[in-house]
Design a protein. Structure first.
Length: 377
């Protein structure tokens, strides 16, 4: 493919990308009523976000917030990020970069609480629970309230779950394991294979609300974030927000590299970005103008002998170039009548007897000699 076509194709691709991002921002309709804004698993049909409101009331609104961006944007707890992240029944799969970042976040001291009844898939790679070496196999059941071992509290659950892998039992009731803990670095992952534990109905019964508050409050700084992004309710970002998200995606980095390479190409090779400007020709080097100037000078001065010498000198020079040998007009005159006539007219010019008509005759004869190709000896 030619270089010009490659540049054209890349330019069209970038234009299409920009148009798509702009169209995405324009097509989003702002929601004026806060009660009608989309929420998450944590909001049921009654409109009450019980788990979120519960933690805001007990821990303070400054310690509780909702995540509406991909998980790769989360700061580590040591750098102002949340101490705990709660994810319940996500509907959107993780991206590979998100899975790596959440692993690093847990290893750096974060507490990840998962309410999953099935594996959380990761695009093009290993699912999230498998990364931590854990497998869950829940079985549905009827709602029931169980007394917790080593705790005065009770917990309302529905599922009966089988856990496999390397983990530590976190909540148990008799022979039944309700939740597990997987220490990772300075943090841990807590897995419930029962999403009913934090529904509004369950939080209003048994001690589910007390247990949830203590679980968050006793870890780190007691700050918590609810993942809403993976329920399909991401933040409404503008053009630059979408552009940032695209650049952090697998397709975005190649485009970023191409843009940087293109900028380096323009700067290093000093390519012009403005309108091309035609360079003016140097009129002093135009041969036609030079000939006209000389002819006008000689005609004004009526100095025919200089003009004839000029013509004869140029004729000898041109004949020398054609033959590769220096031309001697006097010797050439012995063999060529036209050259002899030129030499005779040259003698008249030096004697001061030449007229303008004879001067023109010298020019005509010089031209004919050049055309006939008489070479010097």
């Amino acid at each position: 493919m030619k270089k010009g076509r490659v540049i054209t194709a890349l330019s069209i691709g970038l234009i299409v990308l920009v148009v798509y991002l702009l169209a995405s921002t324009v097509s989003q309709k702002p929601v004026e009523d806060p009660l009608e804004r989309p929420s998450t698993y944590f909001t049921d049909e009654t409109g009450a976000r019980a788990s979120l409101l519960l933690l805001e009331k007990t821990l303070g609104s400054a310690s509780v917030y909702q995540l509406k961006e991909p998980l790769w944007t989360i700061d580590f707890p040591a750098y102002g990020g949340p101490s705990t992240i709660i994810v319940a029944a996500p509907t959107v799969p993780l991206q590979a970069l998100e899975a790596e970042e959440i692993e690093n976040w847990v290893h750096g001291g974060g507490q990840l609480i998962l309410f999953l009844e099935k594996e959380w898939e990761v695009e093009d790679t290993v699912p999230l629970l498998a990364r931590f070496g854990v497998t869950v196999s829940p079985q549905g059941g009827n709602p029931r309230t169980l007394e917790l071992d080593s705790s005065p509290h009770s917990l309302r659950v529905e599922n009966t779950t089988t856990f496999t892998g390397e983990f530590e039992p976190f909540l148990t009731s008799g022979k039944e394991t309700l939740a597990i803990s997987k220490p990772t670095g300075d943090g841990r992952v807590i897995v419930f294979a029962d999403t009913s534990v934090i529904t509004n109905e369950s939080l209003g019964q048994a001690d589910n609300a007390i247990w949830l508050v203590r679980l968050v409050e006793e870890w780190g700084e007691g700050t918590v974030a609810f993942d809403e992004f993976h329920h399909g309710f991401g933040a409404r970002t503008g053009f630059f927000g979408l552009l940032k998200s695209f650049l952090f995606s697998p397709w975005g980095l190649p485009f970023l590299y191409l843009g940087v390479l293109g900028l380096i190409y323009l700067v290093v090779l000093r390519r012009r970005l403005g309108k091309p400007v035609h360079l003016e020709q140097d009129v002093r080097r135009d041969p036609k103008l030079l000939i006209r100037a000389r002819a006008g000078l000689l005609r004004t001065a009526t100095n025919y002998h200089l003009a004839v010498d000029r013509l004869c000198g140029e004729l000898a020079h041109q004949l020398r170039d054609m033959s590769g040998r220096p031309a001697n007009l006097e010797k050439l005159a012995e063999k060529q009548p036209k050259v002899a006539a030129i030499m005779e007219l040259r003698r008249l010019a030096w004697e001061g007897k030449m007229k303008e008509k004879q001067m023109l005759e010298v020019a005509r004869l010089c031209h004919e000699v050049r055309e006939e190709g008489h070479f010097g000896e």
